[in-house]
Design a protein around this ligand. Structure first.
Ligand code: SF4
Length: 85
């Protein structure tokens, strides 16, 4: 039986705001982050929720740090520059 890896819908609110080529680029960057350094799915989901309603968000980018939010939320060691997560 094929074992399916549980994937969160990290782009629920951000997906349509990222051009396809940039989304693919982000996916490649995320793939480079060792799995042990990635945040748990539940943590990422919570981060997406918070960022999605943040006044510092401009489309898929955090204007406080200039990062693509999708990339920032993946790394376990990252944090919000405004200490929201
Ligand atoms: S990282 Fe922090 S400041 Fe940036 S969009 Fe997310 S919650 Fe807002």
């Amino acid at each position: 039986m094929l074992k399916m890896e549980r994937r969160i819908c990290r782009r629920c609110l951000l997906q349509q705001e990222i051009p396809k080529d940039i989304a693919e680029y982000l996916d490649r960057l995320i793939a480079l982050i060792p799995k042990k350094e990635r945040a748990e799915d539940s943590v990422r989901e919570e981060r997406v929720k918070i960022c999605s309603s943040c006044e510092k968000r401009a489309d898929a980018v955090c204007m406080a740090c200039g990062c693509y939010i999708e990339l920032r939320i993946v790394a376990a060691a990252q944090n919000c520059p405004y200490h929201k997560w």
